[in-house]
Design a protein around this ligand. Structure first.
Ligand SMILES: [Zn+2]
Length: 469
């Protein structure tokens, strides 16, 4: 994610924060099975996600009336029970649920906050694969994060800008809304003809019927819910391939076309440059969505899988950042929201490497400038390995000090080992989840240098470390 230069840091939305922070745990097991737990014990967002099952596939059928801002939808969720279950929960905020079925049979359901509790007609056995369909409709409401930013299904007046970090996917589809449960997705999105609906993965078909156009998108590689998009607008679409043969799909709001032209023209070059640094690109396609969003959205970009969304024309360095996330965040996804420096530290370091590549300062010079800055600077507010508030997930220490940790690691292990880590880390955890402990162990295995002090002080230490490599 990238916010700025006018990033809003103000208001806290009491309602959504309360919803996200309040955690409750599921009921005790009974002879008929357990109630799948509510929340997965995320240290920063304890009420996000649900226990008792893992999703393998989402089939989202979305019919959006742009003029009425009305969504009519069905979600088909294929999951596997991790224990005997008599009920389980899905995350869904707002919208009206009109019916739930499990394996074709009508299921009871109830709602409280953003939890949709489903009670199947028959209990689910541990290991069973089951399919839940949820029919729902209404006007999707965007939500405000603990740091004041808006996310989710953001209505633009000419469609919707759909960006879900960390929690916003539950404003438009029910699911297991936590990065630890990744799944494949199929989208069928129907919009009035003249509008384009852009989701993750590859466009399988586009059909026009009676003034409506239906777009079918297929995203086969596992994806965390926060990386899903179904952005709708009046876009100029350009489909092409990189010289290496990777399909590209680029959708640009016409008002942003001129300013986007040069940075987006560099996308194939950026992908190729990053492949040289980070190893094979992890997905079957790439691209970009450049929208034109209302002023309250401020400036935001998110690394939605295969097609980052940009709230306005991006700079090339922002394209570098969001594209780097395809390796760091999208393919290797954090196990919890506390681990997001593994996303943002790497994406920021990719910016530093790009700036050097473009003839700018070296990463060491970037590091020195930040290290020599005022001790009171916000980058020293908390250690990047240990944010302890939801609002800190996207705060400066996660980005800048996260990248500084990587520069310290580079100085400790040497360039050869460091650049092999940049390739091997995304290779080892390709399409999987990893946390900070995994990263520390991974690095330590690759060097004789004892990295304990480095990580203790630079990742976990309060304030500006008083030493550097
Ligand atoms: Zn980012």
């Amino acid at each position: 994610m990238n916010r700025g230069p006018h990033r809003s840091r103000g208001a806290i939305a009491a309602l959504s924060v309360a919803l996200l922070l309040s955690s409750c745990t599921g009921g005790a097991a009974t002879a008929k099975g357990a109630a799948g737990s509510s929340g997965v014990d995320d240290p920063l967002f304890p009420a996000l996600g649900n226990g008792g099952y893992h999703v393998s596939h989402y089939g989202l059928d979305l019919d959006y009336d742009v003029a009425r801002q009305h969504l009519d939808a069905t979600a088909a969720i294929t999951a596997r029970a991790g224990e005997d279950l008599r009920s389980f929960q899905l995350d869904l905020q707002g919208l009206k649920v009109t019916g739930v079925r499990v394996d074709g049979r009508i299921a009871d359901f109830s709602r409280k906050g953003h939890k949709l509790t489903v009670r199947p007609a028959a209990g689910l056995k541990k290991g069973a694969t089951f399919r839940t369909t949820v029919a729902y409709s209404g006007r999707p409401q965007e939500m405000q994060d603990a740091d004041g930013a808006w996310e989710g299904w953001v209505r633009t007046g000419h469609g919707a800008f759909v960006s879900g970090e960390p929690a916003g996917s539950m404003t438009w589809f029910p699911g297991n809304n936590h990065p630890s449960d990744k799944a494949a997705y199929d989208f069928r999105i129907t919009v009035p003809s003249g509008y384009t609906a852009v989701a993750n993965g590859e466009l399988r078909s586009k059909r026009v019927t009676g003034g409506q156009t239906t777009y079918e998108w297929h995203s086969k590689e596992p994806m965390a819910s926060y990386l899903a998009t179904a952005t709708i607008g009046k876009f100029d679409v350009h489909e092409s391939r990189t010289p290496q043969g990777l399909p590209l799909y680029v959708a640009v709001d016409p008002t942003q076309a001129k300013a986007s032209k040069e940075p987006l023209a560099r996308l194939p070059e950026i992908l190729n440059w990053e492949t040289g640094l980070f190893g094979p690109y992890p997905f079957s396609s790439a691209g970009a969505i450049v929208d034109h969003t209302p002023p309250r959205i401020d400036w935001i970009a998110l690394e939605t899988q295969t097609k980052p969304v940009y709230a306005g024309a991006p700079r090339a360095i922002t394209v570098v950042h969001e594209t780097a996330h395809q390796w760091f965040g999208d393919s290797v996804t954090p196990k919890t929201w506390r681990d997001t420096w593994l996303n943002e530290g790497f994406a920021t370091y990719a910016e530093w490497l790009w700036q050097e590549h473009e003839g700018g300062p070296t990463p060491q010079q970037q590091f020195d400038k930040l290290y020599d800055s005022d001790e009171d600077d916000e980058r020293w507010n908390f250690p990047p390995g240990e944010p302890d508030e939801a609002s800190e997930v996207t705060a400066t220490p996660v980005y800048e000090r996260g990248a500084m940790v990587l520069q310290q690691l580079r100085n400790a292990v040497g360039d050869k080992t460091f650049f092999s880590i940049l390739k091997e880390w995304p290779a080892k955890y390709r399409h999987a989840n990893a946390d900070t402990k995994d990263f520390i162990a991974f690095c330590q295995e690759r060097t004789d240098e004892d990295l304990t002090d480095l990580f203790d002080d630079w990742l976990y230490g309060e304030g500006r470390p008083d030493w550097e490599y």
